[in-house]
Design a protein around this ligand. Structure first.
Ligand code: ADP
Ligand code: MG
Length: 359
């Protein structure tokens, strides 16, 4: 990244005994779409409110080389869209969009032109005289987006703006948000707890856990190379098996798994203790199911406990001899599936390089 557009430096926020945000550090490039993804209570909104100026943190926020912390919220010029519709109910759509421009005392002709541009951007031409109550939830959020973008803010903050909408509408507005981001090139910080939404929208994702960012990366980076067990569980599906750490060096481990010989050279994360316990992570879609032990490759013997048809793929739940659950996902029509039954004993093969060990 060249000189970062936005820098979040050592941000910390406490509410009495609760530390909502521990030590968040983040560089954001101009025009980037960056999402804060994490479970409820992990500090995503608090971080966003600190950027908006609603909360005072320790640490610093630098936008275009200038510290923002001494600038009050209403002078930061940052656009915001929140979960609940925050339109003024007594104002029309056009008046709602014009509101921030009137506050900035723009000439009337300029305001009218901007309102027209914004309605076009969010595809709501012809709606300017409606009241918010006469529009659907999705339309109201598009008006909120138009209002937030009307004064060309350098930064747009969005806090779970689609969570009150049903799935179909949510996907439709996700497309709109992507298009608007590409068209305007505004820098967006977006909060969601929904991994699919994060993957769909973002250039990069910051995964929040308990007030810290566990990892920042593109969706494929987080998926292929999760830094922590939490990230591995949060992005995509994952299987975990307990294992023993035999050796650990240079980011690789040899591990021992019940029922197999030593598995060499698995990518390693965390603080290894040789001879100690660890967890082996496998992706269900990377496992190969065979009837007999595959010669020369790493495989775990398991018993099939359930088979579920999920449309384009089939989910096979299995158990190891020790009772650990291991799920495998196979494409529909996979030859191993025909005549597979509950109680069958099969082998799940995998490439150690595609697995991960977490300590
Ligand atoms: P998220 O948006 O990821 O769900 P939040 O940033 O809202 O999480 O909250 C992080 C933590 O801080 C939670 O434990 C929450 O209960 C606490 N918290 C947030 N805001 C306040 C507040 N105003 N007063 C006290 N505790 C708060
Ligand atoms: Mg929140």
């Amino acid at each position: 990244m060249s000189k970062p557009f936005l820098q979040i430096r050592g941000i910390r926020k406490e509410y009495g005994p609760v530390t909502a945000v521990h030590d968040v550090n983040l560089d954001v490039a101009q025009g980037e779409f960056l999402t804060f993804l994490g479970p409820s209570g992990s500090g995503k909104s608090t971080t966003l409110y600190i950027l908006a100026g609603f909360e005072d943190p320790t640490g610093d926020i630098v936008l275009n080389g200038q510290s923002l912390l001494s600038t009050p919220s209403h002078k930061r010029n940052i656009g915001m869209v929140f979960q609940r519709y925050t339109l003024f109910p007594h104002l029309s759509v056009g008046e709602n969009i014009a509101f921030p421009l009137k506050v900035r005392r723009l000439p009337k002709a300029e305001i009218d032109a901007k309102v027209r541009d914004m309605l076009k951007l969010v595809r709501l031409e012809g709606f300017e005289d409606r009241k918010p109550a006469q529009m659907s939830g999705g339309q109201q959020q598009r008006v909120a987006l138009a209002r937030a973008l009307a004064y060309d803010p350098p930064l747009l903050l969005m806090d779970e703006p689609l969570s009150a909408l049903d799935k179909k509408l949510r996907e439709e507005i996700q497309h709109e948000i992507r298009r608007i981001h590409q068209q305007t090139e505004v820098t967006i910080l977006y909060v969601t707890h929904d991994q699919e939404e994060a993957l769909r929208l973002s250039d990069r994702i910051a995964v929040f856990s308990k007030g810290v960012i566990d990892q920042i990366g593109t969706g494929p980076e987080l998926y292929a190379n999760p830094a922590t067990r939490f990230v591995a569980e949060f992005i995509g599906d994952s299987d975990f098996l307990p294992c023993d750490l035999v050796t650990a060096a240079n980011g690789r481990a040899d591990i021992a798994l019940a029922g197999t010989t030593v598995i060499p050279s698995v990518p390693l994360h965390g603080k290894p203790v040789v001879g100690g316990k660890a967890a082996l992570m496998l992706r269900p879609e990377r496992l190969r199911l065979t009837r007999s032990a595959p010669g020369g490759s790493t495989a775990v013997p398991v018993t099939v406990s359930d088979i579920t048809f999920l449309g384009n793929n089939i989910h096979v739940a299995t158990q190891t001899a020790k009772g650990d659950a291991l799920a495998v996902r196979l494409p529909f029509g996979h030859e191993a599936i025909s005549s597979l039954n509950r109680g069958d004993r099969v082998w799940l093969g995998f490439d150690p390089a595609s697995a991960h060990v977490f300590c």
